[in-house]
Design a protein around this ligand. Structure first.
Ligand code: PMP
Length: 751
């Protein structure tokens, strides 16, 4: 026993007229807690507090006196011989509390539902009783753990080491700001325990017999109490909503929650987890000797992932049902469609036989309006993830400050130009900003024409470059299809280098250019660096190199269309053309560039840009505006900071490996191909004849949608399933995709 312990014992024995036979230190950083046993075999908790203001300790005492006078669940505070409830001992506030016996809820594996309900009931009774209490001083306490202050943790976000975890936490902090913060002022408030986690709850014989540790007590939003209790109950559960609902069902019967409180519960649970994750890393930094990762930290991380997967509408509906409230209204699909078609042309198609009404999206997920969560396997526009918080915040910030156009000076324009050009070969040193891939390809064609003073273009069969008149004119995918008018005179088509159906080398395919350039009247060649609408076709080695040499020798320029594949998606390189080892004269980029914000760009050489500056001004009202520039910069930041290019490389290999297994199993898969996170599966009726199986590919996409995976088909025969997910697509999603594809293909091909 340390001498300080001896002094402590003497102090307590003298002031409380008890005789201590045993004193055991309990966990605690700044404050000290001991369990003491007396000669008469009674146990107490001795608390020495130095970190909290006295008024807060007094408030805790007041709450405990109030509660323990009504129920045996709560510790009682012992009065000293001089009838004091707080004494001072060596700069500590000293208190003695009765010891509440029991087994911690945290030590019970698979907590039975009856215990969850008993806990809910007793917590609700406690909250009802606390709601009667008024302790004005408590409103002065500022606690990091008050969910109200969740956003104060935002500045420590960068301390979260694991990138997926950091991204999810950031996402939920943003949602908290959007959804919870506007309600905070008028939500019902009361005194709450604020830490009803299973380490503060005692049980005996399958019933709750104690609620302890009032050190986090606050006056805050009443609903936080239930949110916190639920957060910990949900950890380590296969179906976390189930246990949450068991709790709520019971809690609500005693302590009625409002619809508004229920509507934010999902986000409050996430908020508690975010704070707890950030506080854990902060605490490790402050106490390096205590840098172990607690089990709650690991479980919390997992629960955040689970929460992200749960559609918030599903959570809200489950919570509403548990509280006997009506579930949210579902929009009438037929009505929605009819409304749309009143004013939106049916030339704009809708995915799937049965359309999906989407309500929200998060990183690799999309949520529909009925509570389902879809894994997005096809939207390469949401390059770094749906609603990526870094991108959203950059847009929000700039939108709220200024938006204008390139006729004024603002630094983000050239900062962004620098950043983008840094990713490209040095000869490409000028950039034009526009708003869509179509505007980019249109401009690229104009640049080529102005520079070469020629008019003729070589394009690839089934290529797609845009919806403007020029875009359609150079897109065989459009002018060769239904409603198209075939190639115009200035456009010359070469075969799609489909090495699966028609094996030739890159050089052999490129020979098709020879007869088109004999007159030296060529303005240029445009080609996608991987053929997307063509069916996810990776170009054969040397293909671009050979074409570029020929076109340039005839005076033309070479345009790489990176609208689909750019920005690290191919994994091995940042740009798709780099796989071909060429340097284009013009590069067009779009889709992923702004993660959904409508922006695009054309990079070219000074020589071509100078020739274009012929007196006619180029102006795009929106292209390169300050908001777009900030968003563009943030996308580049995220790709870099989250190592998404490397991730695409690894994940692509992983997915292809799984798909090779499928190919070994199913004859209907004729080919699998692609690089990084730009892949395709080609379906055929027979591997020998390679006869395309459009119906099967279509049905697989439909069935996969019923299993909540978003995919689509492409290729001239519509028999290639495209895979180009947001780059945050992870191993869990890949495994789920593989399993479901396997089941769907199996069910559709078994005769
Ligand atoms: N080029 C390619 C390769 C494309 O896939 C697309 C769009 N699908 C475009 C250009 C046109 O882009 P946007 O739809 O942004 O006009």
């Amino acid at each position: 026993m340390e001498s300080s312990d001896k002094e402590l014992i003497e102090f307590v024995e003298k002031n409380y007229s008890i005789q201590i036979v045993d004193l055991k230190k309990l966990a605690g950083y700044i404050d000290k807690n001991y369990k003491i046993r007396t000669l008469s075999d009674e146990s107490f908790i001795l608390k020495l507090s130095s970190s909290d203001p006295l008024y807060f300790i007094e408030a805790q005492n007041q709450v405990l006196s109030h509660l323990s006078s009504q129920s045996s669940l709560f510790p009682k505070i012992l009065s000293s011989n001089s009838n004091q409830k707080i004494l001072t001992h060596q700069n500590y506030a000293l208190r003695i509390l009765s010891f509440v016996k029991g087994t911690f809820l945290d030590d019970i594996e698979n907590v039975p539902e009856s215990v969850v309900k008993d806990f809910a009931k007793k917590l609700a009774q406690m909250d009802l009783s606390l709601a009667e209490l008024e302790i004005p001083q408590l409103s002065h306490m500022q606690l990091d753990w008050d969910i109200k202050h969740t956003l104060a943790q935002r500045e420590f976000l960068q301390l979260i080491p694991e990138i997926n975890n950091r991204r999810i936490i950031h996402y939920f902090l943003l949602q908290f700001q959007l959804i919870v913060v506007p309600l905070l002022n008028h939500l019902r408030k009361s005194i709450i325990h604020n830490d009803a986690n299973p380490m503060n709850v005692l049980t005996d014989n399958n019933s709750v017999c104690g609620i302890i540790d009032f050190g986090d007590l606050i006056y805050s939003c009443t609903v936080f109490e239930a949110a916190i209790a639920i957060t910990y109950l949900m950890m380590d559960q296969e179906n976390p909503l189930d246990i949450a609902c068991s709790f709520l069902e019971e809690y609500h019967t005693t302590m009625e929650l409002t619809e508004e409180e229920i509507s934010i519960l999902y986000y409050l649970i996430a908020a508690r987890l975010c704070t707890s994750q950030i506080m854990a890393v902060r605490s490790k930094l402050q106490n390096p000797e205590n840098d172990y990762t607690s089990k709650d930290e690991i479980k919390g991380r997992e629960l955040l992932k689970q929460l992200l997967y749960i559609n918030p509408i599903k959570a809200e509906n489950k919570f509403r049902e548990a509280c006997g409230m009506q579930t949210l209204d579902i929009q009438d699909q037929t009505l929605l469609l009819a409304e749309r078609q009143k004013h939106i042309s049916t030339a704009q198609s809708i995915s799937y036989d049965q359309a999906i009404a989407m309500s929200k999206s998060a990183l690799q997920y999309m949520y529909d309006d009925r509570g389902n969560t879809f894994i997005d396997c096809v939207n390469n526009i949401m390059h770094v993830g749906h609603c990526h918080p870094v991108v959203v915040e950059s847009g929000q910030n700039q939108l709220a400050r200024m938006n204008t156009n390139t006729r004024y000076l603002y630094s983000s324009l050239y900062e962004y130009a620098h950043r983008l050009l840094d990713t490209l070969p040095p000869t490409l040193d000028k950039i034009f900003f526009v708003n869509s891939g179509s505007a980019a390809s249109d401009l690229a064609i104009r640049l080529a024409k102005t520079f070469t003073k020629k008019n003729k273009f070589i394009i690839i069969d089934q290529g797609y470059h845009g919806n403007t008149q020029i875009g359609i004119d150079i897109s065989s995918y459009k002018f060769d299809s239904e409603g198209g008018e075939g190639a115009k005179a200035f456009v010359h088509k070469i075969s799609m280098p489909d090495t699966y159906r028609d094996y030739r080398t890159g050089d052999q395919y490129a020979e098709e250019v020879d007869p088109l350039i004999t007159n030296h009247d060529i303005a240029g060649f445009i080609g996608e660096s991987i053929l997307s609408c063509g069916g996810q076709l990776v170009l054969p080695d040397g293909y671009f190199n050979s074409i570029y040499n020929k076109v340039r020798s005839a005076g033309g320029v070479c345009i790489a269309d990176e609208v689909q594949v750019g920005f690290g998606r191919v994994g091995s390189h940042f740009w798709g053309f780099e796989i071909q080892g060429v340097v284009p004269d013009i590069v067009i980029m779009g889709k992923p560039i702004g993660n959904g914000h409508p922006m695009a760009a054309v990079a070219t050489t000074s020589e071509i840009a100078n020739a274009f500056d012929n007196g006619m001004e180029f102006f795009s009202s929106f292209g390169g505006n300050p908001v777009s520039c900030e968003i563009g910069i943030s996308v580049l930041d995220v790709i870099q900071n989250e190592n998404l290019q490397e991730h695409a490389l690894e994940m692509g290999k992983y997915v292809l490996k799984q798909w090779r297994k499928l190919m070994g199993k199913y004859q209907c898969i004729g080919d699998i191909r692609g690089v990084g996170l730009f892949l395709g599966i080609e379906f055929v009726k027979s591997r020998e004849t390679k006869e395309p199986d459009e119906d099967l590919a279509h049905q697989i996409v439909q069935d996969m949608k019923d299993r909540f995976f978003l995919l689509s088909t492409d290729g001239p025969f519509h028999n290639v399933i495209k895979f180009k997910p947001p780059m945050v697509f992870g191993k869990d999603e890949a495994d789920a995709l593989y399993k479901n594809l396997d089941e769907v293909i199996s069910s559709l091909t078994q005769t």
